[in-house]
Design a protein around this ligand. Structure first.
Ligand code: ZN
Length: 65
């Protein structure tokens, strides 16, 4: 899957704030993600992001997965 900075990824497990959608701030072996619900930032291994992904769209709203 092509993850790019600015994309919005929907993950399997919701954040405690209730949002499942995260903005991608950095890609690499580890991703930096920002919760779109509360703004909380986390680092997550790429492999874990890939396993947890339930949807992906670009910043302009185009659906990628
Ligand atoms: Zn949150």
């Amino acid at each position: 899957m092509m993850y790019e900075v600015g994309d919005i990824v929907k993950l399997k497990k919701p954040h405690p704030c209730g949002s499942r959608e995260w903005e991608i701030l950095r890609v690499g072996a580890d991703f930096r993600l920002k919760c779109t619900g509360c703004g909380h930032q986390v680092m997550m291994a790429r492999s874990l992001v890939e396993k947890s992904t339930r949807g992906l769209r670009s910043a302009d709203g185009e659906k990628k997965a």
